[in-house]
Design a protein around this ligand. Structure first.
Ligand SMILES: [Zn+2]
Length: 339
């Protein structure tokens, strides 16, 4: 099959949606398609839906998936890039390790590489989005949890595989219980899931709020970013309390990260970050600044520029990033169709 010129696929595998894109050699999106993440059917069904989303994105771009140079996948969970497996991904319907890479490669007839969802999104912002002017940055993905990615001097810093987890940095010893089992982490205050749990607890204790009625009116079974945003618009006191707490936690956590890393810029993305937008980036900045060691030289703070497609675009960059310098730290295992 003849290859198209420099076209790559990218898939962002999330707990609620599977977003696929096809990008050209400059990272421009030529086609995209989104499918809801299946809640049952296990990993096999997830791979089937990923393949469907990718085929539709390729069709929109006027190519077949077998003509793509490669398909990058950003996913949560424990990734073994060499084996192409993902183990115990949070909010996805399987346990143990499953060979997403080889299975998807076989279904689509193109090489597949896997990367951490948040770290590939950070590389996407660095290469093509709000991080373009900088050589070092911290990506903060404020959504159901709080994820992070670090790029130092043009190279994504993965540590021994678990670097960048700003959501699991401690801001209060012995503080609120985090989903990871530890206490006082940023995510325990700022993660949407933690905020929802606290909202439900406080409402059971008699605190009045429109959060549940907004959620039900929207036909949702969770307090999504949109539910929180609407409650804030209505001046809901509980929503304001929870968001203020989240903004403070993010500001403190980011300030500590800046004192440690001294990166040039911070990019705020994620479901809540994108939904609440620029005003909240400024509010996080306001919480961060007084905590900085070098107050005279704060980092630049930006909203993620690639929006909802950022994760999928960043995943596509697992194949031949635009700025070559980033490639060194981004090198991962690859799975050809014949493997
Ligand atoms: Zn934690």
């Amino acid at each position: 099959v003849p290859k198209a010129t420099g076209l790559r696929g990218g898939i962002d595998l999330g707990g609620t949606k599977v977003q696929a894109v096809v990008v050209d050699e400059r990272g421009t999106v030529l086609g995209e398609h989104r499918e809801p993440t299946p809640v049952d059917g296990g990993a096999e069904m997830v791979v089937t839906v990923m393949a469907t989303a990718m085929r539709s994105a390729a069709e929109a771009a006027g190519v077949r998936t077998s003509q793509l140079d490669g398909i990058g996948v950003g996913c949560p969970g424990a990734i073994d890039a060499d084996a192409g497996t993902v183990a115990d991904p949070p909010n996805l319907p399987w346990k143990g390790a499953y060979p997403i890479g080889p299975e998807l490669s076989r279904a689509l007839g193109a090489p597949v590489r896997l990367g951490n969802d948040v770290r590939v999104a950070t590389v996407g912002e660095y290469e093509l989005g709000a991080g373009k002017p900088y050589r070092s940055l911290l990506g903060v993905y404020w959504g159901t949890g709080v994820g992070g990615g670090v790029i130092i001097d043009g190279v994504p810093w993965n540590g021994r595989g678990a670097a960048g987890e700003i959501g699991h940095t401690v801001i209060r010893a012995g503080g609120a219980l985090c989903h990871c089992g530890h206490r006082g982490h940023v995510e325990a205050y700022a993660g949407r899931a933690s905020m929802e749990e606290r909202a439900r607890r406080m409402m059971r204790r008699g605190v009045k709020s429109s959060l549940l009625s907004i959620m039900e009116a929207r036909g949702r079974d969770r307090m999504t970013s949109g539910v929180f945003a609407r409650a804030l618009e209505h001046g809901d006191k509980l929503a304001i309390h929870l968001i203020d707490r989240a903004v403070e936690a993010l500001g403190i956590g980011i300030a500590s990260a800046i004192s440690l890393l001294d990166v040039e810029a911070v990019i705020i993305g994620g479901g809540l970050g994108l939904r609440l937008g620029e005003d909240y980036v400024r509010r996080i900045e306001t919480q961060m600044r007084p905590q900085l060691l070098v107050a005279a030289r704060p980092p630049a703070m930006h909203l993620a520029a690639l929006g909802d497609l950022g994760g999928a675009i960043g995943a596509a960059l697992l194949f031949e990033p635009v700025r070559r310098s980033a490639a060194a730290g981004n090198r991962v295992g690859q799975h050809g169709p014949g493997r």
